[in-house]
Each structure stands twice: as structure tokens, then as C-alpha cells.
Design a protein around this ligand. Structure first.
Ligand code: UDP
Length: 469
């Protein structure tokens, strides 16, 4: 077969968490819509979880029926299926990073041997430490997909600079960081937990992953050029860098693929009974755990604020694993204006006209989804990239309020910030700014928008490189 007729084929592997799976699935659909074949790899444990609420043996069967070439495969993570991976997420993550490489290596080797006529390449989550080694071993192009903001990428990328200036692991320091290329000024409290806190077990893996990502051929970012332009153009000087977000809202494929790891409670009817802009949506994402004390202060703050709210109180919200983490009597006391659910379709909730604010842990997908819907935020970051994401929301884009952190959180403060965000002059200002950001983000995925153009450019650059190596 002539080289020109060979089909490009991506082997895609994401981290096994909702905040990574969702953008990876969207990226797969968008690439397949451009004629690239995909083998999408899930861990067996993720497949098991996904197939429960959706009752589908193969998540991409509808996509295939619509003509997209997306194959689906599962690999083991080395743990038994009934091992509870959500109980101690950081222990599992660090163990996974040791067990997974050999399974990936074997899988990639088998795919390549079974299909010698395609131009294979790798698209892996940037937080993994193994992609460069696997790509080198099998002579594959290596595409890193980063599912957090470019600002976080840049800070991890410039770890050496932070160390040189003595700003690494200095949690209590108020020092300003104003020397990272393409990054304005920020404080140590804005750094992600592994850069500021001692004993963050995920740090060493992330730092290794960021040494490895320097060897990637291309880096895709789930962000928007217009909202992080300086950071992205500085990164582009080191490596081919493409802002293609928000990936879940761009692209031409209309195929619905089940991404949610949990069954969703339908709250459309409840929202329909509430006045426009009156409901605060509260969620801490899919992974992070906080304390019963924090949950208690937030619950009392919601009670005192007197606003309508929906709260996603999912399983494992605290490290204790207790199912019942809300204060006694809380549910009964707020039942006329508060709804507590284990999981919901967040995007449709944020899109509902009844929702006027989002109290969020600032996971990047939550931030982006809120921007997409023009909903201002109250920020309560817990760990990982969340403090940095808060900085973008509160200081740079001015579309949210800072709720502080666990040590200083108190119910009166929570109630006051909720009132500020949900009503009054400041609320108007936040909504106006959120409306502007919403427009910017939506423009990026319109025909000729920056993310659409960047994605197109990436596909062309990738194809050229695949055919020339
Ligand atoms: N999510 C959801 N339903 C819920 C809570 C969360 O669909 O009840 C989704 C949310 O839309 C987002 C993802 O879970 O896409 C969470 O990702 P994020 O990056 O915000 O936080 P993480 O879970 O990674 O900390």
C-alpha cells in the first residue's frame, strides 16, 4: 500500500477520572469526524462503571453506526474489579502510575502488530509519566492532551524557575511570582497543591510527567486562546501548542456518547418550578474529598443564605467514607428550597435559566462549563489545580468570588458570599462579566473561531508529520 493511502490511527488513553474522560471522549469524536481512526482505551474498571448507568456494551457503538471509525478497548490496571478506587483516590493514583505502564506497553505493541497498514500515533493524558517512553519504543508520534488550563501547565513546566527563586513548597509564603514566561503575576497561594504543599503525594509523578511532556510532538490544551493568550503563545515557543477547547462544545459530531460514570438524577422539573437566576448549584466535582467540618459550614451557610440550591452530595465526599455527611436536620429544614442529589447532568443544570450561580471546587471542567453557560462562581478550591483555576476565575476574569479555604471557612461568611453572588449590584457585575466570557468561549467554537481553526491546523500538522516520519 502506498504511504499516502495509509490511515492515521490514534491510540487514546486518558486518566480514569470523570474530569479527564469527558474531554478525551470529545476529542476522540472530533478527531474521528476529521477522518482519523481511533482506538479509545478505557480501564476495565471505568468500563464497568460506565456500562452500569448506560447499559451499553460498547460506548462508541452509536458513533460507529454514524460512520465514525472509533474502536473501543479495555485494559487492566492490575487491581481487582471490586477494589474501591474512590475511597483513597491519591493512593490509587500513585499505585496506578506504577502498574499501568506495562499493560499499556503490551496493548500498544499488540495494536501495532495487528494493524501494520495504519499510521499509528499516541494521544495520552499529560499527567501520565510513560507516554514518551512508549512512543519511543514503538516509534510513534506522541500527542499530549492537557485537560486543565494552560496556566497550570506553564507553572508545572517551569518548575525549575520556581525552585531557583525559592518559591517551591513554600505554602506559608505570600511572595509574588512574576517571572514565568507568558504568566502575569500570581501568589504562592495560587499555585497548585503539588507546587506549594509539602507531602502532596501526586507531586513527584506530576513533575516527572512534565519532564516527559517536553518530548511530546504536539500539545493540545482544553482551553481557549482568547482567555489565556499570553500563556499559550509563550508555551508555543517551546513546542507546537494548540488551544482547542472547550472540546466538549466544539466539533461537528452530533453523536451522543455516554461519558458520565454515575447515574444522573433528572432535576429539570424541580428547576422548572424556580424563578430565573434564583438557584445556586453546588458541586465539588467527581474526586476531591473534604472534611465533615467543611461540609457542615457550607450546609449552614446555605441554610442562612435563604437561597434556592441544588447540592451534589456524591459518595466519598469525605475521606471517612461516611454516607451521611450533612448536619442532622439539614435536609428537612431546607426541603422547600434545597435539593440534594448524588449526581446530575451538570451541563444541563448550568444551562437551565433557573440557575444563577455555581459554588464550585474549581475543577477545570466545572469552570469551563460554567463559563460556557455564563454562570458566575463562588470558588472553594480543595487541591490539585483548583487554587490556580480560582485565580483565573476571581482575579483574571472577575467572574467569581473567593470563598477562602478550609481553615478560615465559616457559615456566616459562606452565607454572605452566596448573597453577594446571587443578588444586588455585585451580582449584576459578575453576571455581566460572565456574559462577556461566555461570548468569548462560544465564539472560539464557531466556524472560523480560534479553537476550530487551531484544531484544523493541528490535524494538518499532525498528518504532515505522520507522513514524513
Ligand atoms: N459532573 C457531572 N455531574 C455531577 C457532578 C459533576 O456531570 O453531578 C461532571 C462535571 O460536569 C464535570 C466533571 O464531572 O465535567 C468534573 O470535572 P472537574 O474537572 O470539574 O472536576 P474533577 O472531578 O476532575 O475534580
Amino acid at each position: 500500500m502506498a504511504e499516502k493511502q495509509k490511515k492515521a490511527h490514534a491510540i487514546m488513553i486518558s486518566m480514569p477520572y470523570q474530569g479527564h474522560i469527558t474531554p478525551f471522549v470529545s476529542l476522540a469524536l472530533n478527531l474521528a469526524s476529521k477522518g482519523i481512526a481511533i482506538t479509545f482505551v478505557h480501564l476495565e474498571s471505568v468500563h464497568h462503571k460506565l456500562s452500569k448507568p448506560h447499559h451499553k456494551p460498547d460506548l462508541f457503538s452509536d458513533a460507529r453506526q454514524s460512520g465514525l471509525d472509533i474502536r473501543y478497548a479495555t485494559i487492566s490496571d492490575g487491581f481487582p474489579l471490586d477494589y474501591d478506587r474512590d475511597l483513597r483516590p491519591e493512593l490509587y493514583w500513585t499505585a496506578l502510575l506504577q502498574t499501568l505502564p506495562s499493560y499499556v506497553d503490551e496493548f500498544v505493541g499488540n495494536v501495532i502488530r495487528s494493524d501494520p497498514h495504519s499510521l499509528h500515533f499516541l494521544i495520552a493524558d499529560t499527567v501520565y509519566v510513560w507516554p514518551a517512553a512508549v512512543a519511543r519504543k514503538y516509534n510513534l508520534l506522541n500527542v499530549a492532551f492537557w485537560t486543565s488550563p494552560a496556566l497550570v501547565f506553564s507553572l508545572l513546566y517551569h518548575l525549575d524557575l520556581l525552585k531557583e527563586r525559592g518559591h517551591f513548597l513554600r505554602e506559608d509564603d505570600e511572595a509574588e511570582i512574576d517571572y514565568v514566561p507568558g504568566v502575569g503575576s500570581l501568589r504562592i497561594r495560587d499555585l497548585m497543591s503539588s507546587l506549594s504543599k509539602r507531602g502532596d503525594v501526586t507531586g513527584n509523578y506530576l513533575f516527572k510527567a512534565f519532564q516527559e511532556v517536553k518530548k511530546a510532538d504536539f500539545v493540545l490544551h482544553n482551553t481557549v486562546e482568547e482567555v489565556e493568550s499570553d500563556t499559550l503563545s509563550a508555551l508555543n515557543r517551546y513546542q507546537p501548542t494548540y488551544a482547542v477547547g472547550p472540546i466538549g462544545f466544539s466539533g461537528t459530531s452530533n453523536v451522543a456518547v455516554s461519558k458520565s460514570l454515575h447515574a444522573e438524577v433528572d432535576i429539570t422539573k424541580w428547576l422548572g418550578s424556580k424563578p430565573a437566576g434564583s438557584v445556586l448549584y453546588v458541586s465539588f466535582g467527581s474526586v476531591v474529598q473534604t472534611s465533615k467540618g467543611v461540609i457542615g459550614e457550607i450546609a449552614h451557610g446555605l441554610r442562612l443564605s435563604e437561597v434556592n440550591f441544588i447540592w451534589v452530595a456524591r459518595a466519598h465526599l469525605t475521606a471517612s467514607g461516611d454516607a451521611d455527611v450533612l448536619p442532622a436536620g439539614f435536609v428537612e429544614e431546607v426541603e422547600d428550597r434545597g435539593l440534594i442529589v448524588p449526581w446530575c447532568d451538570q451541563i444541563s443544570v448550568l444551562s437551565d435559566p433557573a440557575v444563577g450561580g455555581f459554588l464550585t471546587h474549581c475543577g477545570w471542567n466545572s469552570v469551563v462549563e460554567s463559563m460556557w453557560c455564563g454562570v458566575p462562581m463562588i470558588c472553594f478550591p480543595v487541591t490539585y489545580d483548583q487554587p490556580t483555576n480560582r485565580k483565573l476565575v476571581v482575579n483574571d476574569w472577575e467572574i467569581g468570588i473567593d470563598l477562602g479555604d478550609a481553615a478560615t471557612l465559616d457559615r456566616e461568611g459562606v452565607a454572605e458570599k452566596i448573597r453577594i453572588l446571587m443578588s444586588g449590584d455585585a451580582s449584576e457585575r459578575f453576571r455581566r462579566e460572565a456574559g462577556k466570557v461566555k461570548q468569548m468561549v462560544r465564539d472560539a467554537v464557531e466556524a472560523d473561531g480560534s479553537s476550530v481553526n487551531n484544531f484544523h491546523r493541528f490535524v494538518i500538522d499532525l498528518d504532515k508529520k505522520l507522513r514524513s516520519t
